[in-house]
Design a protein around this ligand. Structure first.
Ligand code: SF4
Length: 321
């Protein structure tokens, strides 16, 4: 089913400074044009600033990560005794419990609170240590391991951008279609629609999850299946799909048309897929042609694949990968 941009009811958390809120330590913001002008059309952003929410003022003295890079403390740059680590962790717990509706989260890079990766961590003596993760982001991601999370700066990369938005839409469908009335049958139906999406990101994951559902899921409590399935799916989808894996997926889908189309049409489709594989055209080209024939000749099963319309086409994401 084609996704509509207007159904912009997907709740996504975002660092408030990216929405233009003047909440940074220096009293400024980091307004993201892409989030405000493009993603705002399909996401219902929930702006959150952990530092302001734990009671810090704006402007304020800067803070930074200090100590062990795997579990650093967040302390004042001027006053190392000013430690807000526990407050930031507690606020992440509060957000996790309160905002269970979130289907994704966009974070501000480099922040000792919000940074998702490669945030500077310092030794006690002030020398740089290995990079780490902001304290709020780390706790939020520990609490919600299946939640799609990305940094705003990485959305400039067409592949990472497409990957993140795909994951948000998949996670939203999961909440809507399965978690609203969970059953093993719903999980199997959901998986059936997302098979080719998964194949494009991770062929191994496609096989592993298929085996899990066929051999183990029916022997486990439903709550465990729900937890395991979505965690595995979202982790596999985090892997970047590339031209090779998309080509493989397109060829599998083409297999559903073999008996229904004549040899000239098949040749056209094969040539277009080859042009995509060799980087002469973007993914939108073979997919548009394939969808044209699937609409006429494809079975309900193949036409229902989320891979064909993972998000509103107005976003134009497949024009760049
Ligand atoms: S990066 Fe996070 S903590 Fe810092 S100003 Fe933005 S929202 Fe607030």
């Amino acid at each position: 089913m084609e996704q509509q941009v207007k159904s912009r009811s997907i709740p996504v958390g975002i660092s408030a400074c990216l929405m233009g809120h003047k909440v940074r330590y220096d009293g400024g913001h980091k307004r993201s044009k892409y989030c405000l002008n493009v993603l705002n059309e399909c996401f219902d952003f929930v702006p959150l600033c952990p530092e302001v929410s734990i009671g810090l003022s704006t402007p304020r003295e800067p803070i930074r990560l200090v100590g062990d890079a795997a579990s650093p403390r967040v302390v004042g740059v001027k006053d190392p005794d000013f430690d807000v680590t526990d407050k930031l962790h507690a606020y992440a717990d509060e957000v996790s419990a309160k905002h269970t509706e979130l289907c994704g989260y966009i974070l501000m890079k480099g922040s000792p609170s919000c940074g998702m990766e490669r945030v500077k961590v310092y030794h006690e003596n002030g020398l740089p240590n290995e990079a780490g993760r902001g304290a709020y982001a780390a706790q939020l991601m520990r609490n919600n391991p299946a939640l799609p999370v990305e940094e705003e700066g990485r959305l400039n990369d067409p592949v990472l951008r497409e990957n993140f938005i795909t994951r948000v839409f998949v996670y939203h469908s999961w909440q809507q279609e399965v978690m609203s009335d969970p059953s093993l049958h719903q999980v199997l139906q959901f998986h059936s629609r997302h098979k080719y999406q998964l194949m494009a990101h991770c062929y191994e994951g496609y096989k592993t999850i298929g085996r899990y559902l066929a051999e183990e899921a029916s022997h486990q409590p439903l709550s465990e299946v729900l937890e395991q399935y979505i965690l595995q799916l979202m982790q596999h989808l985090t892997k970047r799909a590339n031209r090779k894996s998309h080509t493989n997926t397109l060829m599998h889908i083409l297999g559903y048309l073999k008996k229904e189309i004549d040899s000239d049409t098949k040749q056209d489709l094969l040539e277009t897929i080859e042009q995509y594989r060799t980087a002469k055209v973007h993914l939108v080209v073979p997919l548009t042609l394939l969808k044209h024939y699937l609409k006429r000749h494809g079975s309900d099963y193949i036409q229902s694949q989320a891979y064909l319309d993972p998000y509103p086409h107005e976003l134009g994401l497949r024009n760049y990968i």
